[in-house]
Every structure is written in C-alpha cells, then in structure tokens.
Design a protein around this ligand. Structure first.
Ligand code: SF4
Length: 255
C-alpha cells in the first residue's frame, strides 16, 4: 500500500514537472553559439540559406511602376501598413501621374488625398518637397546614389535603401525598419539599437550581394513568424540557430 502511494506521488511529481513551462534560459541553452569569426560567418551563411528557402523571391510589398512611385509609397508607409498604402496609391498615381504633378499640388489638397495613411500633413509636405527636388535637381528622375537620395526631403537612409535596392537593384545598404531592427537583435547580428549603427553591423556581416534580398526576407519573416510579441518559434526554420532571449520554443530538430 505504502509503495503504491509512493509510486503514485512520484508519477504525479513527474507529470507536474513535464507540465512546467520550459524556461527561456533552457530554450536558449540548447542552441550552440558561434565561438569565433569563422563560426559566426558559417552561422550567417546558414541564416541566409534558410531565409532564402523560407521566402523565395522575397521583394518589396509596396506596389509601384517606377522609382518615383516607390519613393512616394515608401514615404506613405511610415506608421502605416503596406496593404493600406497599396489601397491609396492607385488613385493617387492616377490623379498625379508625374513628379511635376506632385510638385505643383497644394499641401492641404495632397494631405486630403492621403489622409487614410496617417500623418498626412507631414507626408504631404515631404512628398511635395521630394517632387520639387526631383524635378528641379534631377530632371524629374529619382537619383541613383545614396548621397543624392539623402538630399531629398522625406528620404532618410531607410527610404533611400528601399528605392535604390528595389527600383534600381543598387545595393547601397540594408533597409533597417522596425522588423529588421528587432530580428537583427534576436539573431544576435547587432548589439546596437540605433538604426544607422545596426545597418553598419549588417553591412559588415552580410555579403553585399545579399543586402537587398536579406532586408526583404527579414521584413517578411518579422511579419509572418518573428513578431514583436510571442514569436512563433516552433514554426521557425531559424530556430536551431537562434538564441534570442524571448524565444518561445526549443530549436531542436529544425533545419
Ligand atoms: S526562433 Fe523565434 S525569435 Fe528566433 S528568429 Fe525564429 S521566430 Fe524569431
């Protein structure tokens, strides 16, 4: 009788232990961390390989037919979903087909046209400023260098990288938006929090030939699985390479 009670108590204890959530420390402890430059490089290559497999043909989600339209769409996408921007831009580009048309519209009129995307006064001001600059300084064509792009109102490095990379295929840097920022930290590709420094770290780690694709893939991954809250680590193919402190599942057996 006593032995049976003891056995039952022990099995109850085992069940309780199995039900206990696995600690983050334990989850992270299963992942081997790179110990030197060669291992870090090998890990980076594997991350790139898996991302390409997960998101084949990854590209920018903003609809556009030319570099100017992509510049406008990127300015509109600040604090707004790409889906909503894609709903607004067809009508906008039909109403204002060229940079010249945007350059001559009144700010309050354009703000009204784009009000659904939020921050419409600032965005209207940036777009009109960008249009005037593109018309006056660059003959109506969006320029092809980072240096020139940064002279355009509303175009900081992130916007410039989106336009140069996607519209022209020019790898001038890595797009660092909120997804890239979060994922670069989780994947231990940077210790920095400033986007410019994060971009530098990524440019030093990722081969230049992959800069454009890599940012598209990270953005897609941030939307699909590696969300800010409760990332879906159990479904993530980067799991066995990831030791993020907020991982939610073990990384064994995934590749
Ligand atoms: S394992 Fe989790 S935290 Fe790491 S990259 Fe995948 S989804 Fe993000």
């Amino acid at each position: 009788m006593e032995a049976r009670k003891e056995r039952s108590a022990k099995s109850g204890q085992r069940r309780a232990e199995q039900k206990k959530p696995i600690s983050h420390d334990l989850i992270r402890a299963y992942v081997k961390r790179p110990k030197n430059a060669a291992e870090r490089q090998a890990r980076m290559s594997e991350i790139l390989r898996r991302l390409e497999k997960m998101y084949p043909g990854a590209t920018c989600a903003l609809h556009h037919e030319n570099p100017w339209q992509l510049l406008v769409a990127t300015i509109l996408s600040a604090q707004c979903t790409d889906k909503l921007v894609n709903e607004v831009t067809p009508g906008l580009f039909a109403k204002y087909p060229t940079p010249m048309d945007f350059a001559s519209v009144r700010q309050e009129v354009l703000a009204n046209d784009i009000h659904r995307t939020g921050f419409f006064n600032n965005k209207a001001k940036s777009i009109i400023g960008a249009a005037k600059r593109v018309v006056a300084e660059f003959g109506g064509e969006v320029p092809r260098t980072m240096e020139e792009m940064l002279t355009i109102p509303g175009a900081a490095r992130k916007t410039a990288n989106v336009v140069l990379g996607t519209a022209y295929g020019i790898a001038s840097g890595v797009v660092v938006d909120t997804h890239v920022q979060r994922l670069a930290a989780r994947l231990d590709l940077t210790k920095n929090t400033n986007p410019v420094k994060i971009e530098q770290d990524l440019m030093n780690t990722v081969p230049q030939s992959k800069w454009i694709l890599f940012s598209h893939e990270l953005i897609l991954h941030g939307r699909a699985l590696c969300q800010a809250r409760n990332p879906k680590c159990a479904a993530c193919d980067l799991n066995s390479l990831c030791y993020a402190k907020d991982k939610t599942a073990l990384g064994l057996g995934l590749a």
